[in-house]
Design a protein around this ligand. Structure first.
Ligand code: 5GP
Length: 212
């Protein structure tokens, strides 16, 4: 990494998109390319799916434990989604950002709206499927949920995609490589924002008069 790109605080990156859009695959691609990003492992009360590991995909907790965390203010945000709680640890996020590490959250739209409120500087990216038919195919192919759950998730997907207008960026997950590539470009462009590099200009001009 070039010296000029060094920054004080990490970037909070939010990625949302309907269930089955392929977020996990895109995230795996992204984390492979940007090993310096910390992926925030969420807490959830949902049951683990086949192959999911506690502490890797999620931290699986009971409803009682989750409600205790809400009451104790341990979560940056949380939401109830298709009958289960999902939430982000405030402590872990804060520690990483303070260390200058970029943090990626894979969260749904209500949680993302709360992050926007609490951390207006966060970068919000919405991943959409190429079409609703393709999303339905992907959910069926995954073969992890009952038909009734899939139908609920599809209806939820329509609602969620309406919220994409509140995000900074919209990425279509047509192919994983293209989607991950676009997200990497977004993150790079975010680093070049004048606001984040103003100290570089000031190094040349000296402090500028704010009134000017
Ligand atoms: P799934 O059950 O398919 O793993 O996740 C369902 C939804 O919950 C996904 O849209 C995912 O992004 C979202 N989600 C996962 N972790 C969190 C979290 O910590 N907070 C919120 N608000 N949503 C989350």
């Amino acid at each position: 990494m070039r010296a000029i790109q060094k920054k004080k605080r990490g970037e909070l990156i939010v990625l949302s998109g309907p269930s089955g859009v392929g977020k996990s695959t895109v995230i795996a691609e992204l984390l492979g390319a940007r090993r310096d990003i910390h992926f925030s492992v969420s807490f959830t009360t949902r049951q683990p799916r086949t192959g999911e590991q506690d502490g890797v995909n999620y931290r699986f907790v009971s409803r009682e434990e989750f409600e205790r965390m809400i009451a104790d203010g341990e979560l940056l945000e949380f939401a109830e989604y298709v009958g289960n709680y999902y939430g982000t640890s405030l402590k872990v996020i804060r520690e990483q950002l303070d260390r200058g590490v970029d943090v990626l959250l894979d969260i749904e739209v209500q949680g993302a709206a709360k992050v926007r409120e609490r951390c207006p500087e966060a970068v919000l990216i919405f991943l959409i499927p190429p079409s609703i038919e393709e999303l339905s195919r992907r959910l069926h192919r995954r073969n992890t949920d009952a038909e009734e759950v899939i139908q609920r998730r599809l209806e939820k997907a329509r609602q969620e995609c309406r919220e994409s207008v509140n995000y900074d960026y919209l990425v279509v997950n047509d192919t994983v490589m293209d989607a991950a590539g676009e997200i990497l470009s977004i993150l790079q462009a975010e680093q070049c924002r004048t606001q984040k590099r103003i100290h570089l200009a000031q190094g040349i001009t000296g402090p500028q008069d704010e009134e000017a």
